[in-house]
Write a new protein. Structure first.
Lengths: 111, 112
């Protein structure tokens, strides 16, 4: 089955700097890669996703890149703000199957 | 986007009792729903896949007799934690959807 690794486990950046979180997956059949943001005690919220036929996607300060050959995808947050502080999870799935989540990255944006 | 509603949001129960958690898809039909468990500072771990009209599929290491799943309709799946113990205390969360995972609010279970 699918296995998703995520690095780093914790990340601290200064407000205004960029943050990058990387994930790798094992199942070449996976074709959908979402990123979720989870604040303490709350449900994960989808922030951006990418499908296997696309190499990059951007939404304002957030971007995701996908390298299918290497089986890795990354989340990029620019101009970080304190409200970006949360736990971020990547996930991989073969369309319609269950989502396999990475272990998470705790991002702290320091004012 | 689609909405998945989960109840209760938190529950405290005594050891040995059972607790039922509901997961509803409010504006779409879900033949499949997923139940996850999240321990503090850890990721979401899939417990089981709930299938409407048939038996749930449990992940390795998850006791099907302890975590009873019923998916009686296209909009409702329930997870019942039977004979709960303190080690069952966790954050339980359901999701539904195929092109995107829509999560319920989660249920924080504390067994005392």
């Amino acid at each position: 089955g699918e296995n998703v690794e995520q690095h780093p486990s914790t990340l601290s950046v200064q407000e205004g700097d960029s943050a990058v979180i990387k994930c790798t997956y094992s199942d070449s059949a996976s074709n959908y890669f979402p990123w979720y943001k989870q604040e303490l005690g709350k449900r994960p919220q989808l922030i951006i996703d990418i499908r296997s036929n696309v190499g990059e996607k951007k939404d304002q300060r957030i971007a995701v890149t996908l390298n299918k050959t290497a089986k890795h995808f990354s989340l990029h947050i620019t101009e970080t703000q304190p409200e970006d502080s949360a736990v971020y999870f990547c996930a991989a799935t073969n369309y319609g199957q269950n989502f396999v989540f990475g272990p998470g990255t705790r991002l702290s944006v320091l004012p | 986007g689609a909405v998945v509603s989960q109840h209760p949001s938190w529950v405290i129960c005594k050891s040995g009792t059972s607790v039922k958690i509901e997961c509803r898809s409010l504006d779409f039909q879900a033949t499949t729903m997923f139940w996850y468990r999240q321990f503090p500072k850890q990721s979401l771990m899939l417990m089981a896949t709930s299938n409407e009209g048939s038996k749930a599929t449990y992940e390795q290491g998850v006791e099907k007799d302890k975590f009873l799943i019923n998916h009686a309709s296209l909009t409702l799946s329930t997870l019942t934690v039977t004979s709960a113990h303190p080690e069952d205390s966790s954050f339980y969360i359901c999701s539904a959807g195929q092109s995107e995972a829509f999560f319920g609010q989660g249920t924080r279970l504390t067994v005392v």
